[in-house]
Design a binder for this molecule. Structure first.
Ligand SMILES: C[S@@+](CC[C@H](N)C(=O)[O-])C[C@H]1O[C@@H](n2cnc3c(N)ncnc32)[C@H](O)[C@@H]1O
Length: 266
């Protein structure tokens, strides 16, 4: 599909720097750790990751759970190559990676169903049709399976206020548009941000039960506010993080920069 070729080409270009940027970004590391904890909350024998990037989490879970089968897909062949070369050097034989999106899962991993499907950091903001993508993912879940899905959120109110204060109204409200250009100020990536009610509406229509919705970066500055992260002392950042964790599952959680959902088949 042409759209996935565009998304793949964008991340092919980004692949080389992606890892380096990540290891320099403590906020991203902190958020990823929280996502991982959510995944580890329940045991699984088989897992699928959509949008593996250079394989941070796929490799983490494959090493941590050597008896589980962990499969991963990504539309970027460069990202898949990075993950694959790490898997080879580790001789991890319980993980497989392949180039593709949700529509290709059945062809890439025939006859495989999963106890867990997870998506960390963005791949579902770049699918052609979210309802269709979730319906496909649901069809690959085992009956008691669950999905831990994370999304760039539409109503990031802290970011809106901050950008307005910086007199950047266009940036402040860019997530509300039907097409959002992605995080990079220089490279456009046609994406879509979703509100909590949109995700809940789609889940309900697909008879997926939302067990949890948790917001991230409500008060704690979003991972891309590097200057704020440098300005605020570590103790202050920790307090903001703790404040977020205290309110993340309540109504204010729908105003974070990021959101995590735990979805189950009814
Ligand atoms: C922001 S990166 C995150 C990578 C990784 N999950 C992480 O947490 O570091 C998003 C990744 O998802 C992939 N991706 C984007 N849209 C996708 C789609 N529709 N299907 C599969 N992979 C996709 C991109 O190529 C990219 O590697």
């Amino acid at each position: 599909m042409r759209y996935y070729q565009e998304v793949g080409a964008y991340y092919d270009k980004d692949a080389k720097d992606f890892e380096k940027r990540y290891w320099n970004n403590k906020a991203l590391q902190r958020i990823r750790q929280a996502f991982r904890e959510e995944v580890k909350r329940e045991p699984f024998q088989s897992a699928l990751e959509v949008g593996i990037g250079p394989g941070f989490d796929l490799i983490h879970f494959a090493k941590l759970f050597p008896k589980a089968q962990v499969d991963g897909i990504d539309v970027s062949s460069e990202m898949v190559n990075l993950a694959d070369s790490k898997l080879k050097s580790l001789s991890a034989n319980n993980a497989r990676v392949a180039v593709g999106s949700v529509e290709n899962i059945g062809a890439l991993f025939p006859n495989q169903k999963y106890d867990l499907i997870y998506v960390f950091f963005g791949a579902l903001n770049t699918v052609e049709d979210l309802a269709k993508a979730l319906e496909i993912l649901k069809s690959y879940l085992n009956p008691q399976g669950r999905m831990v899905l994370t999304f760039v959120n539409k109503w990031y109110v802290g970011g809106m206020i901050w950008e307005c204060l910086k007199l950047k109204p266009k940036k402040a409200f860019s997530r509300l548009k039907k097409v959002w250009g992605g995080y990079s100020p220089t490279e456009f990536l046609a994406s879509r941000c979703y509100s909590s009610s949109e995700i809940k509406g789609i889940s309900q229509a697909l008879q997926l039960k939302c067990l949890k919705r948790e917001g991230f970066s409500i008060f704690y500055p979003a991972w891309y506010y590097h200057r704020l992260h440098k300005l605020i002392p570590a103790k202050g950042l920790h307090i903001l993080w703790q404040m977020d964790r205290a309110i993340a599952k309540g109504p204010l959680g729908s105003f974070g920069e990021y959101a995590l959902y735990d979805l189950r088949v009814h």
